[in-house]
Design a protein around this ligand. Structure first.
Ligand code: ADP
Length: 811
């Protein structure tokens, strides 16, 4: 058993003892000669306890059983026969069960908050009274031989009055105490108790039974149900006790008018019942009124707060067009405090251009002809012209007549301006398709650009069609497969829905006429102020031409690469061919040169002057041919990246001398001043003597070739002036010179100046490119100083030591 249950059981036991004691007292105070008691407060106590504790069906049943036992015991101890006692005990228990049962049908808590509750209490009391009346009447008439009706009515009234007087106390036990001025409490209590005691006291025989009522009414109106319930009990106890002692108007009537004791009892109960019904109904009504007033007050306060915190302007206008009420927002728009505006004509205070129109509108309130929606421009001080959208509604009286117009206005100036701006931006984008959709892909926005790109009109697609109409279904399917999701609108917005800010990719749009356009579509989410996704915005640019151009460019590039590859292969074949041919030419040419040398030397007998001259021409041209072949072979090797130098320690002076000798056959034919200035000391370098000789030969033969007769050719080879780790080789001439624009080009392969071509100066255009390749192959360099008709000076610098890279890779 829980603590709470234990406590209830203890209180239940105390209550049952109380039932016993009260029962005993009632039996004791029963009027002499009466078969039933004058008052039976025990019944009231039992009901009061059950209503106050409301313990649920099982414990209620137990308690009712207890009532049976204790009531029976009280009767028995009070001197009634055993059978009667048992039957009375049963009747008592039945009454309590009926009253409590009716007060708590359908598990409702016993209440006394409304007239309905009071009716229920009266009905339950009446039912209980009928039950006890019938049972007690039967017992009295059958067992005790009394009159059924007398006993029944006496029992019913004594019990009913007791229940009616005491049950409210049980119900009120759970109520909060309402704080009242203490003085009034005491005064009222004194009046009620004093008057009741005076009316019912022993020497009082005047019929003043009505006198306690005003005091009780005072309590009912001012002090609440709880006090009323307690005072009813007190009045009941005082009235019954004093009456049974022979005091008060009812006992006096019994004495003087010879009325039977049962009737005296009934009169007393009637008095108590009247007092109870009167005061209880008043108390309930007062409480109800007080609650209703409080509700109303809070409702009024709430609606006032709602009105004043509303962002909309609210103005109530009566039939005469006079402002009856308005909220803070409206007052702010009208530029004056509420008190100043209420009572004035709307047409006077509304800051509109034509107040006559307002007057006309207001005149239509009674007839109900004011439009329910209306837009107005108000010139608000400090804010300028505000565009206000009004919603109008009528207030009607109980007869359904219109009494007021409630105008609710929203200032939409800023929204309109923003919307106009956005609309203008959207419309201005005539080449960009901007399409908005809701979360399901239904089109909500379709700008001019979208109309252009897609060929649909906005009116044909907005709200009617969904996005799928615009896309190539096959492409959507492919993308769905890539994303591993179901084909549908989600394919388009998958990334954005997943949290990405935007997603840009190419899509194929299908125009209304069925043709296709490639667009670059940037998808983004539209979110409300709370960050919730409300739709999607797609911005698409028609990139069909650009993509076609890109493809064309790619094709062209591929072709060019192929052509380059083919040309490179061809060039390689050519180089291989030239190199092969050169090789093949070298052997027979060597033999030609060998035989011509033998002829010159007289190996076939002495030659005449003329023969010698012819043979030496064969030799000269043969050597030129050989030099060309050497150049071609070297060039092939350079091109193939296989210069293949064979460096060793050699004296540059020797190399220079041997080169000088090899060109001597040519130079000797010419009228040139030749200067050779080679350092007397050996000029040691790490190098390939054959290649170096080729280099010097090329430079010297150029100088001779490009210098007319009478000119000068000089060759200088010596250590570098400032850098001891370097040797310098300079070949200069006083010839035709080279224009500055050609200074770099002369080192390119196959470059020949136009001057060289025009003057039919022989050459292949390979010489200088070989010179540079050999110089750089030795870790050195070649430079040129020259001007037209001012001669040319080629300077080769070579490192003394071994260069880091000897085998130069051709470009
Ligand atoms: P080639 O001498 O066989 O024409 P090179 O590569 O040796 O080819 O020279 C390229 C060009 O440089 C020549 O055609 C000529 O125009 C110019 N050139 C070379 N050396 C001289 C020079 N010493 N004087 C003037 N022009 C020169």
């Amino acid at each position: 058993m829980t603590r709470q249950r234990l406590r209830w059981s203890v209180w239940a036991l105390i209550a049952l003892v109380g039932v016993f004691v009260l029962g005993l007292m009632s039996v004791h105070f029963a009027l002499p000669g009466s078969t039933v008691a004058l008052w039976w407060p025990a019944a009231g106590l039992a009901v009061c306890f059950l209503l106050a504790t409301d313990p649920g069906p099982r414990r209620s049943a137990l308690f009712v059983l207890g009532v049976l036992v204790s009531s029976g015991a009280a009767n028995l101890v009070g001197g009634r026969p055993a059978l009667v006692s048992v039957l009375y005990g049963f009747a008592n228990a039945a009454e309590v069960a009926v009253v409590h049962g009716l007060m708590t049908t359908r598990a409702r808590r016993p209440r006394l908050g409304s007239m309905d509750d009071l009716w229920r209490l009266l009905a339950a009391t009446l039912a209980g009274a009928v039950v006890i009346g019938v049972l007690a009447g039967l017992t009295a008439s059958v067992v005790l031989g009394g009159d059924f009706l007398d006993s029944a009515s006496a029992a019913a009234s004594s019990h009913g009055a007791a229940v009616l007087v005491m049950a409210p106390l049980g119900i009120a036990a759970g109520l909060r105490r309402v704080r009242r001025p203490r003085l009034e409490d005491i005064a009222q209590w004194v009046v009620v108790v004093g008057v009741t005691a005076w009316v019912f006291h022993q020497d009082q025989s005047l019929p003043l039974a009505f006198l306690p009522i005003p005091g009780l009414v005072w309590g009912a109106l001012r002090l609440g149900l709880r006090t009323v319930a307690m005072q009813l009990l007190v009045v009941g106890i005082v009235a019954v006790t004093l009456t049974s002692l022979g005091g008060g108007p009812f006992a006096a009537a019994g004495r003087l008018g010879g009325i039977r004791p049962e009737t005296v009892g009934s009169l007393t109960q009637a008095f108590l019942a009247t007092a109870a019904v009167t005061t209880l109904s008043l108390a309930v009504a007062t409480t109800q009124r007080r609650t209703a007033l409080a509700d109303l007050r809070s409702e009024v306060e709430l609606s006032g707060v709602v009105l004043d915190t509303a962002a909309s302007a609210i103005i109530v206008v009566d039939l005469a067009g006079v402002i009856a009420r308005l909220n803070t927002t409206a007052a702010r728009l009208l530029g004056a405090p509420e008190e100043e505006l209420v009572g004035r004509l709307a047409a006077e205070v509304f800051p509109v251009a034509n107040p006559e129109e307002v007057t006309a509108r207001m005149a239509g309130i009674a007839g109900g002809t004011v439009p329910l929606h209306q837009e107005q421009d108000w010139l608000v001080e400090g804010l300028g012209v505000r565009h206000i959208v009004w919603t109008n509604a009528y207030l009607t009286d109980d007869d359904g007549n219109r009494t007021h117009l409630v105008k609710t206005g929203a200032d939409v100036t800023d929204e309109r301006a923003a919307r106009t701006f956005v609309e203008a931006v959207l419309e201005a984008a005539t080449a960009t398709a901007i399409i908005g959709t809701d979360l399901d892909g239904v089109i909500t926005l379709f700008n001019r650009g979208a109309e252009t790109v897609l060929g649909w009109r906005a009116s044909e697609v907005v709200g009617v069609r969904d996005w799928s109409l615009l896309h190539d279904p096959a492409e959507v399917d492919r993308r769905a497969a890539e994303l591993e999701i179901e084909p549908g609108f989600d394919v388009l917005v998958h990334r954005v829905r997943g949290g990405a800010a935007t997603e840009t990719r190419d899509w194929t749009y299908v125009r209304k006429d069925g043709s296709r356009r490639t667009v670059s579509l940037t998808m983004s989410g539209i979110r409300d102020e709370g960050g919730m996704l409300t739709g999607y915005l797609g911005v698409a640019e028609d990139v069909t031409r650009r993509r076609q151009a890109e493809i064309a460019l790619q094709v062209a590039l591929d072709r060019e690469r192929q052509a380059v590859e083919e040309l490179t292969a061809l060039d390689r074949t050519k180089s291989d061919f030239v190199s092969a041919v050169s090789h093949e030419l070298r052997t027979p040419l060597a033999s030609v040169l060998g035989y011509s040398e033998m002829l010159e030397d007289g190996a076939a007998g002495p030659l005449t002057e003329r023969q010698l001259e012819l043979v030496s021409r064969v030799d000269r041209n043969g050597r030129r041919l050989l030099s060309l072949i050497e150049d071609l072979l070297l060039n092939s090797r350079i091109e193939a990246g296989r210069l293949e130098l064979e460096p060793r320690r050699c004296d540059l002076s020797d190399v220079v001398a041997s080169a000088w000798t090899s060109v001597a056959t040519v130079t000797s034919q010419r009228d040139l001043v030749r200067d050779v200035d080679v350092s007397p000391r050996p000029l040691w370098v790490e190098g390939d003597p054959a290649a170096l000789e080729r280099m010097v030969t090329n430079l010297l033969s150029n100088a001779v070739k490009f210098t007319p007769d009478g000119g000068r050719v000089s060759l200088v080879a010596r250590p570098h002036d400032r850098d001891p780790g370097t040797v310098c080789l300079t070949v200069s001439d006083s010839g035709m010179g080279i224009p500055p624009a050609d200074h770099e080009r002369v080192f390119a392969r196959f470059f020949r100046s136009s001057a060289a071509n025009e003057r039919a100066i022989q050459g292949s255009g390979l010489g200088l490119s070989i010179v540079r390749a050999i110089a750089e192959g030795h870790g050195g360099s070649v430079s040129l100083e020259s001007a037209p008709d001012a001669g040319s000076t080629f300077t080769v610098t070579l490192p003394v030591g071994l260069p880091t890279t000897l085998s130069r890779q051709a470009p």
